[in-house]
Design a binder for this molecule. Sequence first.
Ligand code: NDP
Length: 288
Amino acid sequence: MITFTKLMLLSIGVIVIAVKWRAPTFNAESLKGARILVTGASTGIGEQMAYHYARFGAQIVITARREGVLQEVAKKCLLLGAEKAVYIAADMSNVSDPEGVVNFAVDQLGGLDYVVLNHIGPSPYSMWEGDVEHTRYLMQVNFFSYLQMAWKALPTLEQSKGSLVIVSSLLGKSTSPFAAPYTATKFALNGFFGSLEYELAMKQSNVSVSICTLGLIDTEQAMEKVRGMLKKPIPYPASEAALNIIATGAMRQSELYYPWTIRILCIVKDWCPSLTKYFVHNLYIDNP
Ligand code: NDP
């Protein structure tokens, strides 16, 4: 039987280890001159990531569909201090565009150190009414294009000891109403890149994989979607989410939960599924 004294000693031991154990720290200097591709960078979290990378003096290729908007973001990146900032307009629902973007980035930068996959296609925040075609479209944009880009970029990331950063969602770990197709794409991403991380480690690959799980972030698109749906939305700032994603990739950490509190929900949901369902159901306004 464990005595009180043993329990105290054990607790003290755990506290000492926790204090002594140093988590890796983010060194922004390491990003100076780094060669980075960011997708979905015309707006929202991707745009904020581009600005942070620019301030750190990185070389950036940004992509999304709207060329005019990308041009403005690239201009601002140069003003903020990017060593290089170029853009390529691409639509990830076109099967050939994802690989084309990686080829363009490698040509422009002479290789890649970070590939940050962040884009998502538009999807309604509403009950699913049987539209399988839209789900198929979203799978191409939010999932298959990620696979295509990752596969194309792996050789150059291998050479540079680079990092693959996947932007995912709490809805890739836990379900909720009104976003069934989106949720499916994010679960697919988590499953796929979680497996790939093991396989790369087994091959002694130089490439790190970071999966970033985000809660509600105050981007225009997200806030528009949840307006009138959630009882009390508590969004977190896109700029801070972006910085956390960048730091996670730079430190080659396997996971990010932002805000950290969403990790609790991810743990509790398997222990107490009924309680979790009750909690999630009650986040929403009835009959929105
Ligand atoms: P936004 O909707 O603000 O931005 C999406 C980006 O993807 C835009 O740059 C858009 O640009 C681009 N895009 C859309 N369709 C396509 C397409 N077919 N081909 C290429 N690019 C496309 O998203 P957020 O910034 O809110 O989210 C960024 C990431 O964070 C996503 O992976 C999302 O799942 C994740 N996340 C966000 C949360 C939030 O609350 N905001 C919560 C949890 C996760 P354009 O229109 O010019 O193509």
